[in-house]
Design a binder for this molecule. Sequence first.
Ligand code: 5GP
Length: 199
Amino acid sequence: MADRGKLIILSGPSGVGKSTVVAKTMELRDDLCFSVSVTTRPPRPGEVDGKDYFFISSEQFDRMVENNELLEHASYVQNSYGTPRSFVEDRLEKGFNVILDIEVQGARQVFEKVPDAVSVFVLPPSMQVLEQRLSARGTETEQTIAARLTRARQEIQEADFYQYMIVNDIIDNAAAELNAVITAAHCRFNKSRVLELTK
Ligand code: 5GP
């Protein structure tokens, strides 16, 4: 049977380029799965339902919370986001490493439930670059950009419980670093394996 996969929590401010880092890292290894979240946020132009997110109503979201179908959930700039539990469980069981692209509150919840999860915080090279990236996306209003920048500062200040930090300046370097972190997670000392061998 395949070894159980690792749960990788990837956080970082909106606009820092987490999805690009994930996409690039997926090109480097074939044992990675991305967990598609549910959200009540409306889709941005170009976003695909079931690929970027499952776009659902607040009622559907509340029902998933009630039925305990979410591994974690949080609200972010007036919308709700959550990680469907069954997909994550199934893929980990099959030996895939599963990446969660989630914000800090959700990350804390996952850490409590899955203590051997690997946590990575992605930082922008500077706050100016972050602002430029958010504006260049062209999908948010001035007001939303301001709210996301405020939230970004809060998140960076709260990020001291993460195990790894990656600065997303050059995308290929950031992907190589995430790849290395995942490999390192698999090389952690595993007591039960040692016990199994020496039984
Ligand atoms: P965006 O609206 O820019 O796609 O995402 C906003 C924030 O929500 C990002 O920081 C992203 O990581 C986070 N996010 C996306 N999906 C989830 C989720 O399932 N749970 C939590 N807690 N945060 C999420």
